[in-house]
Design a protein around this ligand. Structure first.
Ligand code: GRF
Length: 213
């Protein structure tokens, strides 16, 4: 099974949301690691496929390679180290203040390995997107790729959804399916999933920019 391009766009309830104008979305990317999803967003903007601007990248881990990628794209990046805060809420408050200073419209959690609190969620109600490397609701939480392999599923994938207090559980915006091969390791399977992530994350942001602001 080689056709892994079937992804479905599923709209969340629009009732509480209003249509937006054609103004580019001002995005913040929150990332803890490599930042390949940040790069996919940056490329989509650069190629004109996505009407947005990444105004800031916030990262929580001094080693995160996303900061180098942000520098390469000349996007301002800011380290807010969660280890400097004793409470999750205080960490989130520091993030919210930076996001508000940058006048951010939407927050993209692209490999953000922190549990978010109501402090962040309430400051950007229905404006926070998360990407997760499984077909939710299967395999939420950490090590989703390992969970899929351990379960023996033959198809897994990735999900872009609105963030809510419950981890990896908000309304689903878009999903892509990815086959699992018998010889897969977590690394090979994750690499195949990431190819799809890089397609559906910019698509989901574009969908939000056209429909949900
Ligand atoms: C992605 O697989 C994402 O789904 C998960 O963390 C990974 C981040 O990858 N939440 P990258 O840092 O964007 O390369």
């Amino acid at each position: 099974m080689n056709n892994v391009s079937n992804s479905r766009l599923i709209s969340p309830p629009l009732s509480e949301l209003t249509k937006k104008s054609g103004k580019p979305l001002k995005l913040a990317v929150l990332a803890s690691g490599q930042g390949s999803n940040f790069e996919a967003i940056a490329q989509s903007i650069d190629s004109g496929q996505l009407n947005a601007q990444v105004a800031i990248v916030i990262y929580n881990n001094p080693e995160a390679q996303v900061s180098e990628r942000a520098q390469n794209w000349q996007v301002p990046s800011l380290l807010i180290n969660h280890r400097d805060f004793s409470r999750r809420e205080d960490f989130d408050q520091a993030i919210v203040e930076s996001l508000q200073r940058a006048e951010i419209d939407w927050v993209i959690m692209a490999g953000w390995m922190r549990i978010v609190t109501t402090v962040l969620l309430n400051a950007f109600t229905d404006r926070i997107i998360n990407i997760h490397p499984s077909l939710l609701p299967s395999f939420p939480g950490i090590r989703a790729v390992e969970q899929a392999l351990a379960a023996g599923v033959k198809i897994t994938g990735c999900t872009v959804h609105l963030a809510t207090l419950a981890v990896d559980s908000g309304p689903i915006l878009i999903q892509a399916a990815v086959p699992v091969f018998p010889e897969d390791t977590p690394a090979t399977l994750h690499a195949r999933i990431q190819i799809q992530e890089h397609l559906i994350l910019p698509q989901a942001i574009a969908f939000c920019s056209e429909n949900l602001l």
